[in-house]
Design a protein around this ligand. Sequence first.
Ligand SMILES: N[C@@H](CCC(=O)N[C@@H](CS)C(=O)NCC(=O)O)C(=O)O
Length: 222
Amino acid sequence: MTEQPQDPGRIILWGVGTPRTLRPHWALAELGLDYECQPIQTRSSAMQTPEFTGLTARKKIPLLQDGAFTLTESAAIITYLSDAYGDERTALLPSSVPARAQCLEWCFFVLSELDSGSLYVIRRHQYLPQIYGEAPEACAGAARYFADQMPSVERQLDKGHPFLLGDRLTAADIMLTSCLTWAVRFGVGIPDIAAAYAARITARPAYAQAMARNTIPQPSME
Ligand SMILES: N[C@@H](CCC(=O)N[C@@H](CS)C(=O)NCC(=O)O)C(=O)O
């Protein structure tokens, strides 16, 4: 990062309603930042407006605007927010080079193996068959693949730290917890030690704040 954000009052987060959108809402809450939310939902007409597509040709949420700076990809957004606004007390990534690399290793592992390689396969082929086609075998294989990844999570949690990487919350906790709770919602089992960890991490006030902001707005009854 070469440029520093110019106007911290102008953080806008696009997207609500999914485990991916939860992650930056959660990071913003942990960092104690004020922001505006554009509560657009995946596969809604709001994703197709010129206002949104002008910001990203990927047409994906979450998307962060910080003044003139625009960023997609949940893990990149969390990293950016921590680098730009975290201090010694609130930063979500460690400052030492090896510890930061380890944190990013977990973020990339979660994003590629647990999210895209497992849970999103189930999301697509079990819950969105009208778009992506039904594929029960692929979904069963994805659930098995998720289970196959769990020993590495168990081994890390078995070290007995309160958080995944030690004694404070990092981006890796946000990424991992979002996938553990997502797996449980899909009926994909998680190890007991991971369930206890997720229960501990989701008890944080910032998680509750993020869940509230990540909620899909209900139409007014008036
Ligand atoms: N790897 C991306 C995934 C983003 C993503 O696929 N978001 C979904 C919602 S959870 C989306 O915008 N889907 C719209 C579409 O595929 O049309 C991240 O973690 O931010």
